[in-house]
Ligand binder design. Structure first.
Ligand code: ADP
Length: 545
């Protein structure tokens, strides 16, 4: 044996091992799931694992084989969770689809992925009927229900129920062993610029992420916690919580289709949820409900937020009013799950609350296994001084190398260019300043739409706000502010501008303010700024004589 050969055995990092670990070591831990038609069902990990193995047998009986792709168009529920494990564990690819994609885009990605089977919630039966004729690869359409709740009048495809599919199957299954670099799950970017692009996650990437993300200062999972992933299982693998929870033996609470504040609060209380995870828009709805109804959180101690910037005002409210710690993370489809998290350093815990919240409002430090840097337009690395801003580059164990079926690498000198503009502090804390396509270029300087939005939502009467850059004849672009007022509020443009005047630089002040009833929000809970740009793009040039 030479020195560079270790003495260790090598076992592949496979998703099936997470399931079997969970089932054997945490057999009695629970998965609680709100069904699409309303009731709440509970299974132990051991029961879930038996159902997963039944599904794996069913997939094999139907003739699906390693490397085949199976799509899901589904809410967060136990059948979707079972599919995560049965499909990937069998060496097939679990392709989670965002149901809010335009049907043409959805059909495009089902065809691009060559999905053989589609598992869908009854909610999406009309969508399935609409896209089925355009998806010749799909041989099986399976509704995630029992026979009783099979949707009627679906239109074209023949649909079977999930329960009938697995009913007579054996609950034992010999999981295949294969290379850990094999594709396990597939997720497409939202396609705001051109057609969506697929990211095929490997077993290795997912297992490594699941192992790391449960650490105390990341999600902080253990057998004594109960986690509610509100972040959809079609949005970047629900940040890998379906894997990390089973690895850690954590109670998993899956909310189904009802994501309004009242339904979420009720579920958090009844299931004694201690940790939740989701995008800021979901938490805005939750806090509004809790405030209006005068409620508290009895058990919830921590919420992990990401997907878009978490406004400081919300961080303060969660912490100071409700005693819920906020952990603010950054990640993207290309990073499998969370890549950075605004966790406090040892010395930060002693700081006054205000300073701690300011740290949490940034996007934080990398989790172990990930590295970041910011570069200028020539690709040169910028200093970690908190002010030099450039494109954020990322590399690590669960970062994309190339898009699915792409011939060329997506990397630049070994790093993935994120399209986000960021700064990094000397201590490694990263702040997202904007997305390249959202940043407002005014008079040769950059205005951060995120910073402006955060300043506006601190106004007590503002429910939601978005800032977009609009073509301007003199300044190239100027910010337009779009505001949704809270119910019963009736203030105007001057009050908003007055409120902002001592919070942002003068030249950052929005050129105009438009009040709307709602903002367009996509399937992953983010404000669709491209829609707003389409509608208001010409505002300043049209307004001129
Ligand atoms: P899309 O937003 O295009 O649907 P993703 O869901 O992959 O695609 O989103 C990734 C992007 O979301 C990041 O590149 C970044 O711009 C934004 N993002 C994610 N988390 C945060 C955060 N905490 N703060 C600000 N922006 C964020």
């Amino acid at each position: 044996m030479t020195k560079n050969q270790s003495s260790m055995m090598e076992r592949p990092l496979l998703i099936s091992s997470i399931l079997e670990h969970g089932a054997a070591q945490h057999a009695t831990q629970e998965v609680v799931s709100r069904e699409t038609h309303g009731t709440t069902v509970r299974h132990t990990y051991a029961q879930i694992a038996r159902r997963v193995r039944k599904l794996a047998n069913a997939l094999r009986t139907l003739g699906l084989k390693e490397g085949d792709a199976v799509a899901s168009i589904a809410w967060n529920n136990h059948r979707h969770l079972e599919a995560y494990y049965a499909v990937s564990g069998s060496g097939m690819v679990m392709h989670t689809c965002n149901p809010r994609l335009h049907p043409t885009q959805l059909a495009y990605i089902l065809n691009h992925a060559e999905d053989q089977m589609v598992l869908f919630d009854s909610t999406f039966a009309p969508l399935v009927a609409a896209i089925a004729p355009q998806c010749p690869h799909v041989k099986h359409w399976v509704c995630l229900s029992d026979d009783e709740h099979l949707p009627s009048g679906q239109g074209s495809p023949t649909v079977v129920s999930y329960e009938s599919l697995i009913a007579t199957q054996a609950d034992t299954f010999e999981w295949p062993e294969f290379d850990e670099r094999t594709g396990a799950a597939l997720c497409y970017t939202s396609g705001t610029t051109g057609n969506p692009k697929g990211v095929l996650y490997s077993h290795r990437a997912i297992v490594l992420n699941a192992t790391t993300s449960g650490l105390p200062d990341v999600l902080g999972l253990s057998t004594r916690e109960a986690i509610l992933p509100v972040v959809p299982m079609f949005h970047i693998n629900a940040w890998c919580i379906p894997y990390s929870a089973m690895l850690a033996g954590t109670k998993l609470v899956l909310p189904g289709p009802r994501l309004d504040g009242a339904s979420l609060h009720e579920l958090m209380e009844s299931e004694r949820v201690t940790i939740s995870a989701g995008v800021p828009t979901i938490w805005m709805g939750l806090l509004q409900h809790v405030e209006q109804a005068g409620l508290r959180f009895t058990t919830m101690r921590r919420t992990c937020v990401g997907g878009s910037a978490m406004p400081r005002a919300l961080i303060e409210k969660f912490n100071d009013v409700y005693g819920v710690e906020v952990r603010h993370g950054w990640g993207m489809t290309e990073t499998t799950a969370i890549a950075t998290l605004s966790n406090l350093s040892a010395s930060d815990w002693e700081l006054p609350a205000e300073q701690r919240h300011a740290i949490v409002a940034r996007q934080g430090k990398v989790t172990s296994g990930i590295e970041i840097k910011v570069v200028d337009e020539s690709g040169a690395t910028l200093p970690r001084d908190g002010t030099s801003q450039g494109e954020l580059m990322v590399r690590g164990h669960w970062i994309v190398e190339r898009y699915y079926k792409a011939e060329e690498t997506a990397l630049v000198n070994g790093w993935f260019p994120t399209g986000d503009i960021a700064t990094i502090d000397a201590d490694g804390t990263m702040t997202i300043r904007d997305r390249t396509k959202d940043v407002i270029k005014s008079g040769g300087e950059w205005i951060s739409s995120i910073d402006l939005e955060n300043a506006v939502v601190a106004h007590p009467g503002v429910a939601m706000a978005a800032v977009i850059g609009i073509k301007h004849p003199k300044w190239d672009e100027r910010p337009l502010l779009l505001v949704v007022r809270k119910p019963g509020q009736d203030f105007g443009k001057n009050e908003v501008l007055e409120f902002l005047s001592d919070r942002v630089a003068k030249w950052w002040m929005p050129e105009d303010v438009v009040f709307l009833e709602t903002l367009p929000v996509g399937g992953t809970g983010k404000v669709q700024k491209n829609e707003l740009r389409k509608q208001y793009g010409g505002l300043f040039t049209e307004a001129l004589p």
